[in-house]
Design a binder for this molecule. Structure first.
Ligand SMILES: [Zn+2]
Length: 413
């Protein structure tokens, strides 16, 4: 093994025979280790390029869920960023899509749903919401930022290969440009409009300018619904429909992600909510969306109230009433994070399309709360389980794409 600093133009671009590699920053540079050999590249001012004849399996990556050992095609660039390393993998768009589709959708899904995912993932790769140009890459591998890419290990399922091949070179366009092809797992019967869930990626402004093709769409005809779509009663109607397994209500009701409930005791909330809100109020990403009461103190919890909802019923503003005044938490992901509770094993709520069943004691303090929710993810754009439901009802991928991204077209580039 030989490693070179200075990029592919420098003499001796490293060609690594080994497949299993570990990388770690050292005091003086970057340590590259294979099973049989290790080499320290002293304080590289330039990225290190590693090239393998076949794929590289990185054994030193930690994800939120623990250690991961992803495979990447043979080209890696390693940069030192303080005490961390940034690994960038170079691959073709189709290689990337194989990894994304494998990570994002079960290969057992209907081929029209897999086609939708291929189109959305290809389009997203060309036009991600957050520009990674400063990072010298097109996209990152996080599902919270871009789309999930867990590497390229083992055989790719032929059904995934087929979806990528059969939609080859096709992307979703609006005014001849690739759209912002947002997608999530399950919207719980109705998708949400972009401006109700996301802030402007450049200015941070919330709400951002609306995007005409990212507006909330129904995923069913809602037979027997008496309430207004988007109201709390609408959410209760959908929740009851799931309990009754009334799959005719909407296309994605079959999914086990459609509806969920979380029980939190007052003690669990008292133990963590204050700390979580303080953290969110001090984190620069979330601080603008957490408004403490005038006295700035957190008292005993009295209850929760959604004071503003989006077209699907997603909570845009949540009031948390306490004995020291009301806290206001805004925006989908921040509201989901506010319920982080290690005791109840909650990192964040599955979605922000929530309503509450809660009771107070004689002093007006919260005694129990159940958070009921619909869907999994932000619920904007294409829905993976919804695409599956519509495909099973006989719709093809072009029709499904047109439903979730109204006014757009499928173009071949
Ligand atoms: Zn990203």
């Amino acid at each position: 093994m030989s490693i070179s600093a200075g990029g592919p133009s420098a003499a001796g671009l490293a060609t690594v025979v080994a497949t299993n590699l570990k990388f770690r920053p050292t005091r003086a540079g970057v340590m590259v280790e294979s099973m049989s050999h290790s080499e320290e590249v002293p304080d590289p001012a330039m990225p290190i390029y590693v090239k393998a004849a076949r794929s590289i399996r990185v054994q030193s990556l930690h994800r939120a869920g623990g250690e991961a050992h992803p495979h990447y095609p043979g080209d890696l660039r390693i940069e030192r960023l303080g005490k961390y390393l940034r690994l960038s993998a170079r691959m073709t768009l189709d290689q990337y899509l194989r990894g994304v589709l494998t990570s994002e959708m079960p290969a057992s899904y209907h081929h029209e749903a897999l086609n939708c995912q291929a189109l959305a993932a290809r389009t997203y790769a060309l036009n991600p919401r957050i520009s990674h140009t400063p990072d010298h890459v097109n996209v990152c591998d996080s599902y919270l930022c871009c789309q999930y890419f867990a590497g390229l290990g083992g055989e790719i399922d032929p059904r995934i290969e087929k979806a990528i091949d059969s939609t080859s070179s096709q992307i979703i366009v609006f005014n001849d440009k690739p759209i912002l092809a947002l997608f999530s797992s399950n919207a719980g019967g109705h998708t949400e409009s972009y401006q109700n869930c996301f802030s402007d990626p450049v200015t941070g402004r919330f709400p951002p300018e609306p995007i005409s093709y990212l507006i909330g769409q129904p995923e069913g005809a809602y037979p027997g619904l008496k309430a207004r779509v988007g109201s709390e009663e609408f959410l209760r109607y959908l929740f009851a429909a799931k309990k009754a397994n009334n799959t005719g209500v909407c296309a994605d009701l079959f999914s086990n992600k459609f509806a969920w409930s979380v029980n939190l005791s007052a003690a669990q909330l008292e133990a963590h909510l204050h700390h979580v809100l303080e953290t969110l109020a001090h984190n620069s990403d979330t601080a603008p969306f957490v408004v403490p009461p005038a006295r700035g103190k957190f008292g005993h919890i009295q209850g929760f109230e959604v004071v503003k909802r989006g077209v699907s019923g997603v909570a845009i503003e949540l009031k948390i009433k306490t004995s020291s005044g009301d806290w206001l938490v805004k925006k989908e992901l921040v509201i989901r994070k506010a319920f982080a509770n290690p005791e109840a094993r909650i990192a964040r709520l599955n979605s922000a399309r929530v309503f509450f069943d809660q009771s107070q004691d004689k002093l007006g303090l919260l005694s129990t709360v159940t958070v009921h929710g619909l869907g999994f993810g932000h619920g904007v754009g294409l829905q993976q389980t919804g695409a599956q439901g519509f495909a099973n009802l006989g719709r093809n991928y072009r029709e499904i794409i047109a439903h979730y991204f109204p006014g757009t077209a499928v173009a071949t580039v």
